[in-house]
Design a protein around this ligand. Structure first.
Ligand SMILES: O=C(O)c1ccccc1NCC(=O)[C@H](O)[C@H](O)COP(=O)(O)O
Length: 277
């Protein structure tokens, strides 16, 4: 792992908290809902394969959304989300393992556990279909990928550059998340996916993470060869109380809408329709 001093202060604090948190009691054994199937179903329906994130708040959010997480997840699925991501980190994102369990019982799509897992103990906190592992935070990535699979979990390995991609591929992952957010600065740059994607092998599923806020951004990530997108803030609308189903739907339909529809949808939901660079 890179030195913590290369990370934004908020991320250093998240990691310090993660190292202190207790893991689960016992070892989870999951009968996981396959991500590949739900992404294929979305493609077949003409929906952009989208993982919508239940993210009550975050270090970069403009506020907190206190809605019931189960209602949020149901609203996202109603808007066409192919899978749900749930933050389980409590102190910086307002998440909890209990919320994930309730959501997984309430929806039938795969559920990703989004957290800052640094060792094998951290795998067993709660049952989920997918688990995020962040390449730069894990010393033995190959070991943790294998340990996650032994539990039935589908590990999604997050990277931010080509070196981390190489590490992730050597660890045997077939699910890569390229994070547009730089954890050293918390700045978002959609060019990150564009620069890393050409090196992701065809048989590896590529998920574009963070900073996608408009249908134009969705199209940009898909043109960069993203198989799926992970979106939190633009759907949660932390500073407001807009309709989560509609926020999901306008992104899921980004490839089937024409440009005029897309501009109108962006204007009516008060989001910035411009791509970020
Ligand atoms: O979202 C943050 O503010 C954040 C800060 C520090 C570390 C991680 C952070 N986010 C985690 C994520 O990966 C995102 O929640 C996820 O990719 C969705 O991003 P977005 O659509 O930009 O909310």
């Amino acid at each position: 792992m890179n030195s913590d001093t290369e990370l934004a202060p908020a991320v250093q604090s998240i990691l310090a908290a993660a190292r202190e948190r207790a893991g689960g009691e016992g070892v989870v054994d999951v009968d996981a809902r396959p991500l590949a199937d739900t992404l294929a179903d979305a493609e077949a329906d003409g929906r952009v394969p989208l993982i919508a994130e239940v993210k009550p708040t975050s270090p970069t959010a403009e506020g907190t959304r206190d809605d019931d997480p189960v209602e949020l997840a149901r609203a996202m699925v109603a808007g066409g989300a192919a899978a749900i991501s749930v933050l389980t980190e409590p102190s910086h994102f307002g998440g909890s393992p209990e919320a994930l369990t309730r959501i997984r019982e309430a929806v039938d799509v795969p559920v990703l556990r989004k957290d800052f897992v640094v060792d094998e103990d951290g795998l067993d906190l709660v049952e989920a279909d997918l688990l995020l592992l962040i390449a730069r935070f894990v010393d033995d990535l190959e070991g943790l990928v294998a340990a996650a699979r032994e539990r039935g979990l589908q590990p999604l390995v997050e990277v931010h550059d080509r070196d981390e991609l190489e590490t992730a591929l050597e660890a045997g992952t077939d699910l890569i998340g390229v994070n547009n957010r730089d954890l050293a600065t918390l700045e978002v740059d959609l060019g990150t996916v564009e620069s890393v994607a050409p090196d992701v092998p065809e048989d590896v599923t590529l998920i574009a993470e963070s900073g996608v806020s408009s249908p134009a951004d969705v199209r940009r990530m898909r043109e960069a060869d993203a198989d799926a997108l992970l979106v939190g803030s633009a759907i949660m609308d932390h500073g407001g109380d807009s309709d989560v189903t509609e926020n999901t739907r306008r992104l899921v339909r980004a490839e089937s809408m024409n440009a005029a529809d897309s501009t109108r949808a962006s204007a009516t939901t008060d989001h910035d329709g411009d791509s970020q660079t």
